[in-house]
Design a protein around this ligand. Structure first.
Ligand SMILES: [Zn+2]
Length: 216
């Protein structure tokens, strides 16, 4: 009986996350080094860098997974050879710079709200460029509408708690799903790299930081 319970627990826990999300990346091996140092980046690493786990972080990571299948199929992602344009979300931008190595100060990263999809990523050597979008209706409408109200600081503590639960459930759904049908990856020919220096976007994930705790 004990064995059966253990087996069931193992099966159930393996169902929770079908997509472990990990990226093999390659970088230079020291401050003046050659491209040769390989590492693995997981969702946990992204969470540490970003500050928390959220649906935007998972959407960004899954979007990046789909794009990298085209730019670096079955090989390590070369973080010395990519540049990226991202939508302004604090979660999406953190995934963008962490996984690609793109940085604002080296003109390998900029933010542009009007790009198609969430990211436009380009290999610097071949100029192969893809835009990655999340399909319409994948993100639950209530998350969008409550998220907008949260940004306007119009939600109470307990409404925020409800929004967090919705986001957590959405994360579970995303990690259990096959991500491929949820995203569209489109080749862009002759992409016009037009870095801008706009840097006054709202950091939406800290706006409610001083709200009291919901005790319900
Ligand atoms: Zn976030």
């Amino acid at each position: 009986m004990k064995k059966l319970v253990l087996l069931l627990a193992i099966i159930l826990s393996s169902c929770v996350t079908n997509n472990p999300i990990s990226f093999k990346v390659i970088d230079t091996d020291f401050s003046k080094g050659r491209v040769s140092y390989e590492q693995n980046i997981t969702l946990k690493d992204l969470e540490k860098f970003h500050g928390h786990l959220c649906d935007g972080l998972v959407v960004g990571a899954l979007a990046m997974q789909q794009g990298m299948k085209i730019l670096y199929p079955n090989q390590a992602i070369d973080r010395t050879n990519l540049r990226i344009v991202s939508k302004p979300s604090p979660c999406l931008t953190d995934v963008a710079i962490y996984i690609t190595g793109g940085r604002y100060q080296f003109q390998t990263f900029y933010v542009e709200p009007t790009i198609p999809g969430v990211y436009v990523v380009q290999r610097i050597d071949t100029k192969k460029t893809v835009s990655i979008s999340i399909k319409k209706d994948v993100i639950p409408r209530e998350i969008d509408s409550l998220g907008n109200l949260a940004v306007q600081q119009k939600l109470s503590s307990c409404e925020l708690k409800h929004l967090k639960k919705l986001e957590d459930d959405f994360i579970t759904f995303l990690l259990k799903s096959n991500p491929e049908p949820l995203f569209t990856v489109t080749n862009i020919e002759d992409f016009d790299w037009q870095p801008n220096s706009k840097n006054d976007y709202l950091k939406t994930d800290i706006l409610n930081k001083n709200l009291p705790k919901c005790n319900n």
